[in-house]
Write a protein that binds this ligand. Structure first.
Ligand code: CMC
Length: 428
């Protein structure tokens, strides 16, 4: 447990607090008994200095720009692994053997279909609904269908719910897209890979054979790997908090999707491409840099900056390389990529961005690739949600099996009125 202690002096009384060490990373002051011992809380809005749990899934060193899943560097996984294998790794802690991978792939493929009645939920949405609005609603609705996998105290049922979520997300995401463009839904084809099947359900039509382009399949798979998990980010913490009350797993993932949608989080990929398009030509970049630096202007460079990374986001490096490769392979020249490259160069040399340690994050280049593959920008965050589902279910499983787990219940610094007497409306 703890070899050292920290001492807190409060109202003249010394309180000893254990200091915990992880396998790597900063030490953690254990304040669990602080309130009982001193009557004081800690204050940390935005959790900038708070570890909310123990976790053995993902490690980030923000100063060095390092991201490890179960110890494996993200660039190695992105280049050499597959999304399905990474999903297994995140869920089970070890890379699978060939047999384990085949069996996991088979299991996931057996859950790709959704209940036929689920299709009727889509019709309740307006055609122009944002696909993330559809995702929040339809994934939440899964909780009304799969009653045989909701005893969260049973590890087997938790794993079935996890497999269902991983397997059905591509189907639901593709349906959200098809609904928005008025094309029929396609059933999954389990002879294809996880990612190939998703591309077919998204871009294929029932009237024609769809040939999966291996370049796009590989690029899409790599994008999924890059988004699979990211430690205790806002949406993952939302899933954990929702799950801490014992809530239905499908509903917890819907809560994560809602949180991910915001432009400060997963919504930044859509916002970044829209921003790059708005900038249009490289000569307009200085104007946008000036706006980003102006304290009176709410504008921020989307796809730049990160709570944890104070160095280049390692995912952004792989993403940029993938963007260059995909556009080259497809023989597409996209002026948005030129604008992105130039914007990055200018920002990285600017004192404001240097001082605040603002670097491109995972969302900066992803839009360029997704656009080249053929996705409209409002689908970008849906793809993020599809991939992050793996991290969410891995973290949710870890939380439920943690003997230290309690319902999440933060406290507050109350600054409202103190007790006062009610005055009837006629006397006010
Ligand atoms: N453009 C201009 N200034 C920025 C930016 C930016 N993108 N990001 C941070 N800053 C400034 C901010 O104004 C603040 O300045 P000051 O100290 O003078 O008040 C300082 O840098 C620190 O920013 P913060 O908002 O206190 O930092 P945070 O850790 O709370 O926020 C962030 C992190 C990612 C929300 C923020 O950098 C941001 O809004 N970036 C743009 C949105 C974005 O790309 N989000 C995707 C994040 S990565 C993928 C994901 O999580 O889904």
């Amino acid at each position: 447990m703890s070899d050292t202690n920290a001492t807190l002096k409060l109202d003249g009384k010394d309180t000893s607090l254990p200091v915990l060490s992880g396998s790597v990373g900063p030490d953690v002051v254990d304040i669990r008994k602080l309130y009982a011992d001193t009557g004081a809380f800690t204050y940390d809005p935005g959790f900038t200095s708070t570890a909310s749990c123990r976790s053995a899934i993902t490690y980030i060193d923000g100063e060095e720009g390092v991201l490890l899943h179960r110890g494996y560097p993200i660039d190695q996984l992105a280049e050499q692994s597959s999304f399905t294998e990474v999903a297994y790794l995140l869920l089970h802690g070890e890379l699978p053997t060939r047999d384990e991978l085949d069996s996991f792939t088979y299991t996931i493929s057996r859950h790709t279909m959704v209940h036929e009645q689920l299709a009727t939920f889509f019709r309740g949405f307006r055609r122009d609904a944002h696909p993330m609005a559809i995702m929040c609603g339809v994934v939440g609705a899964l909780s009304a269908f799969y009653h045989d996998s909701t005893d969260i105290t049973d590890p087997k049922q938790r794993m079935i719910a996890s497999h269902r979520l991983i397997a059905k997300m591509p189907t639901i995401a593709a349906m959200a897209y098809k609904y928005s463009i008025g094309q029929p839904f396609l059933y999954p084809d389990n002879t294809l890979s996880y990612t190939g099947n998703f591309l077919r359900m998204t871009f294929g039509v029932p009237a024609e054979h769809y040939e999966v382009n291996p370049i796009l399949e590989r690029a899409m798979d790599r994008i999924f790997i890059l988004h699979a998990d990211h430690e205790q980010n806002a949406s993952t913490s939302t899933v954990r908090l929702a799950g801490s009350s014992g809530a239905n797993p499908f509903a917890c993932i819907a809560a994560g999707i809602a949180c991910l949608w915001g432009p400060a989080h997963g919504g930044a990929n859509e916002a970044a491409l829209n921003m790059l398009r708005e900038i249009g030509r490289p000569e307009h970049i200085p104007e946008y840099i000036a706006r980003a630096k102006d304290k009176d202007d709410p504008f921020r460079l989307m796809g730049f900056g990160h709570r944890v990374y104070k160095n280049y986001d390692p995912r952004a490096k792989v993403m940029q390389q993938t963007a260059e490769e995909v556009l080259k392979e497809l023989n597409i020249s996209d002026p948005v990529l030129d604008t992105a490259r130039e914007l990055e160069q200018i920002a990285l040399k600017d004192d404001y961005f240097i001082e605040k340690k603002l670097y491109p994050n995972v969302d900066f280049y992803s839009g360029v690739i997704l656009n080249a593959i053929g996705f409209p920008s409002d689908m970008f965050t849906v793809l993020f949600a599809l991939a992050r589902t793996v991290g969410w279910v891995a973290q949710w499983n870890e939380m439920i099996s943690d003997p230290e787990q309690k319902i999440g219940r933060p406290r507050q610094l109350y600054v409202g009125d103190t007790e006062r007497q009610y005055v009837p409306v006629g006397s006010r």
